[in-house]
Design a protein around this ligand. Sequence first.
Ligand code: ATP
Length: 381
Amino acid sequence: MAVVGLDMGNFSSYIGVARAGGVEIIANEYSDRLTPTYVTFDKSTRVVGQASKAMEVTNPKNTICNFKRLIGRRYQDLFVQQEKDLNTYSIFEGKGGSVNIEVNYLNERKRFTPEQVAAIMFGKLKHITSSESTSKAIDCVIGVPCFYTDTERRAMLEAAHIAGWNCLRLINETTAVALCYGIYKGDLPEQTEKPRLVAFVDMGHTALQASIVALNKGKLKMIATAFDLSLGGRDFDRVIMDAMREDFRKRYKIDAYSTVKAKLRLRAECEKAKKAMSSNVQPMPISLESFIDEKDVTGKMSRAEFEELAKPLLDRIRSTLMSLLKEAKTNWEDVESVEIVGGSTRIPAVKQIVQEVFRKSPMTTMNSDESVARGCTLMCA
Ligand code: ATP
């Protein structure tokens, strides 16, 4: 029976399967390899993935994302309290201090734990897997952030179990990425030789994880990891959103955060502009038709302005990478190469910081989005 590798990120999920000596990433019903990690509870149905993400603006209170950050946590955690402000759905204290997400589902107020929501997402990934392949794969390896505690790991296993997966193993996302790199690198030193030190920097939607790994042929040793639990693409979106809010307040006399829907529409436009700024230096437009008070509004931001506003976030990346080198008791000269993965490492200023710290150009040897799923698959192949 085939074993699959699962990467359920806070923003995007990928499924890998070992085939013909390599790894294939399975496409969903839209022929897309990326399935958004979104679950919507609606009046008459439950919607998951792409269709759920599309409903975020029209049904914001019942569309759940970023729930992977709530798994295995206590309601009183500062971390959970921060998530309450960052998401549009309602988070309450449940039995024994647990976290509950309250939604309107089938015309009733209902509460779900983050594990139950994750189980629904895992169920979707199972459905995609079984629709695509003839074998009924239920064995899997799942990637988890390197900073996950034992409780969070247990909760993740529980969620996968509820969905009917048999999780053979959880592996740290940092390990999965290094494994994905090591397996395909044909020129690694022999086991009797000095290992090659490689740094990996992974920044997704909500967090930054970095590692330094010693690699020989068929051998991988994790030397050090460093992370910033709350630094990812959504924080960069917020920088653009805050600037646009201020701009619209002055020029149009409106508050772009006055309704949840307006804020979500602004966020979607700012994320689009952020991505466009990764490949364009000229100012990118941020336009919203019939926005608040039916006003058509338009603003713009250039890459230089964005980088200036995002400086505090960029400084945090630098200090995380510096502490990685310290933790590894090594310096930049000993690190032979640096690999970047995760959607947010496409931001040119992020690449620039990686280059500054390690004094070498960051490489994109691996698929930036799929390396965790590929590494998980290779773990069990
Ligand atoms: P997490 O690591 O928090 O679980 P994830 O692994 O699901 O999240 P990714 O899919 O790696 O996250 O990255 C998603 C983030 O990358 C989003 O914030 C998205 O806006 C950002 N992103 C994707 N492409 C680009 C780009 N070209 N330029 C800038 N940011 C980008």
